[in-house]
Design a protein around this ligand. Structure first.
Ligand code: G6P
Length: 610
């Protein structure tokens, strides 16, 4: 969703702002803008709808050597994607960019009746409010603080004033903000961003703002305050991501790169945590004593989108490893408003790639408020959820740039299996099952690489065939069921083909009625005790004239229009192999359809509003 960049130093600000905004493009946006200022009080405000390239054209047409500025990518919430609604917003002498939502903006707006608003946004209300406190004898910091004390909602903001052109003020409540501290003492600079990826290449030292903090940033200094203007000591942390990780590295799309690199990223996920020789797994960072681990009786897994489906698949595995524990998997946007009760000795796994998803964060807070321990299964280091959970672990999948989540799913599932293994070890139960999972997890990276490599041409050809269909049904049983849900999500997200995932056993309760020439049915069939049931469902669809494609590891004779047969030494983790294949299938379907693969329409990578 929205992104913020700010720069103060000796370099040309517009270059750094635009390149920073490009790094944030992946989050999803529909308009963008920058403003730069200089001591001569001569601001250059440029805003545009559409892609950053449009903004870049404006920047080229209006060059300025200014060395201080702020920029923004906007994902419309209040008001359509239009130039007048794009940030930065100006009110008097100040310019403001804002991520988040000012919930009481209507009430505040009614108190600013003298102000002539030019946009439909909640952000302009905040700009006008700051401006209303910005008397000639007041500092920008004081005006911003007074305004923020009246605001309800969430914000990450950066503010500039042409009256005090040697500083940027930033503040945070809910929406992430970090300050990249310049590394060259002879050439001082500081950079502001809502996401570490905009800082890479400039610095690896960052101050992450906490909720309720404000910073006054000059070229040489960062002064951190709370909203009562008490000075705080900034803590400089290291950014772990590398620049190369957020580049396409020769791939046509980030999505393809992220699918293909899963064997490598999964290796990072399991490294030092799985020992196939000893048949053990251990996750650190859980902040639970052995006694607490032994006492776990119930696990609730919370997530949205792909993270939710990762939780669903993981629950099948957790139940196998921890046969004395009950599990439930919940969608964060629903659970947060339910009058839920959790039994004693529950723990919550909060699953999120970005660590910023608003609904997931709200659930975390609701669960914590009930006194239940929360553990994060998070990818982005230093993210809000990672900071608020009681304990937890990073999945180490590296930066995921494409909006559709792929490698994070694989690493999340693996991490939750390792969590189950850690708990089972403490409980001293099921060593054979733990050993089997440990062995399969250690084989999985190579199996993923082999599966993708072997079947890529076949999957590409399949996509050429099936991209002409309007609808798809993804069908699976048991562990292939959550994979079917995830596969349908992947297809609809990036190819815009309508797709639904269904439990194959439910076909006769509705979906059969859909089978016609506009549909194809993708069956995920895993060898094992339920295979004959899956094969019957396939037969039933074929008998009704369905157009079927099967992804399977079975060597049985299977009658289908198309069949992708993988060979693997895995058993339990085969669904993950079928999943990477269907990721690739969705990718090539999207390429065939010609959509924006990495930034599908109307979607955002990090959904920081409800
Ligand atoms: C958005 C993304 C999805 C992601 C979901 C949850 O919808 O487009 O790819 O699965 O949010 O995000 P999270 O960062 O919490 O895993």
């Amino acid at each position: 969703m929205c992104g913020i960049v700010g720069y103060i130093g000796n370099k040309k600000a517009s270059d750094i702002l635009v390149s920073g905004l490009k790094r944030l493009e992946y989050r999803g946006y529909d308009s963008s803008g920058i403003v730069t200022i200089n001591p001569e009080n001569n601001p250059t405000l440029l805003r545009s709808t559409g892609k950053i390239i449009e903004l870049e054209k404006l920047v080229d047409q209006n060059p300025t050597p200014d060395q201080i500025g702020i920029g923004h990518t906007r994902w419309a919430t209040h008001g359509a994607p239009a130039e007048r609604n794009a940030h930065p917003h100006r009110a008097g002498d100040i310019f403001l960019v804002h991520n988040g939502i000012i919930e009481n903006y209507k009430e505040l707006k009614s108190q600013l009746s003298d102000y002539e608003f030019t946009s439909d946004t909640d952000t302009e209300v905040l700009a006008a409010l700051i401006n209303s406190f910005y008397d000639p004898d007041t500092t920008l910091q004081s005006a911003v603080t007074q305004a923020l004390n009246l605001v309800h909602g969430t914000y990450g903001i950066a503010v500039l004033s042409i009256r005090e052109p040697d500083q940027i003020i930033v503040a945070r409540l809910g929406s992430p903000l970090l300050i990249g501290v310049g590394k060259d003492k002879d050439n001082p600079e500081n950079i502001v961003a809502s996401d570490a990826s905009a800082l890479l290449g400039h610095t690896k030292n960052a101050i992450y703002l906490n909720n309720g903090e404000l910073a006054i940033i000059t070229k040489t200094e960062v002064k951190l305050l709370d909203l009562a203007a008490q000075e705080l000591t900034p803590k400089v942390e290291k950014i772990t991501a590398e620049l190369a990780e957020i580049q396409k590295q020769g791939y046509e799309h980030f999505l393809l790169k992220e699918i293909m690199e899963q064997s490598t990223t999964l290796r990072s996920t399991i490294s030092g945590r799985v020992d196939p020789e000893k048949g053990t797994m251990k996750l650190g960072g859980l902040n639970l004593s052995d006694q607490e681990l032994r006492g776990i009786k119930h696990i609730v897994i919370v997530g949205c989108g792909t993270a939710y489906y990762a939780g669903m698949l993981a629950a099948y595995y957790i139940e196998q490893v921890l046969d004395d524990v009950t599990t439930e998997v919940v969608i964060a946007s629903e659970y947060r408003y339910r009058a839920f009760n959790l039994p004693e000795a529950s723990v919550a796994l909060i699953v999120s790639q970005s660590g910023e998803t608003a609904d997931t964060l709200a659930c975390l807070r609701e669960i914590k408020a009930r006194g239940v321990k929360t553990l994060g299964i998070i990818n982005v280091v230093g993210s809000t959820i990672a900071r608020e959970v009681d304990g937890g672990t990073y999945v180490h999948a590296g930066p995921e740039i494409s909006v559709a989540s792929t490698k994070a799913f694989t690493s999340q599932v693996a991490t939750m299996i390792m969590f189950a293994g850690t708990v089972a070890k403490a409980k001293d139960i099921n060593p054979q099952i733990i050993a089997k999972f440990a062995r399969e997890l250690s084989l999985l990276p190579d199996e993923i690489a082999k599966t993708l490599q072997t079947h890529q041409p076949e999957i590409q050809a399949l996509a050429r065939h099936y991209s002409k269909y309007d609808h798809a049904l993804y069908l699976g049983r048991d562990t292939a069921y959550p994979v079917a849900l995830e596969g349908a999500l992947k297809l609809k997200e990036i190819s815009y083909i309508h797709a639904e995932g269904y439990a194959a056993g439910e076909l006769k309760h509705g979906p059969f009625a859909l089978v016609d020439d506009r549909f194809f049915e993708l069956f995920l069939i895993i060898d094992g005790w339920l295979i004959d049931k899956s094969l019957s469902a396939l037969q039933e669809v074929k008998a009704r004239g369905g157009h079927t494609v099967v992804f399977t590891n079975s060597t049985k004779e299977i009658e289908s229009d198309h069949l992708v047969r993988i060979t693997t030494q895995l058993d339990l983790l085969t669904p993950i192999l079928l999943n990477v294949l269907q990721q690739l299938f969705a990718y090539y379907m999207a390429v065939e359809k010609g959509g924006d693969v990495d930034q599908p329409r109307n979607l955002a990578k990090s959904v920081t509003v409800e």
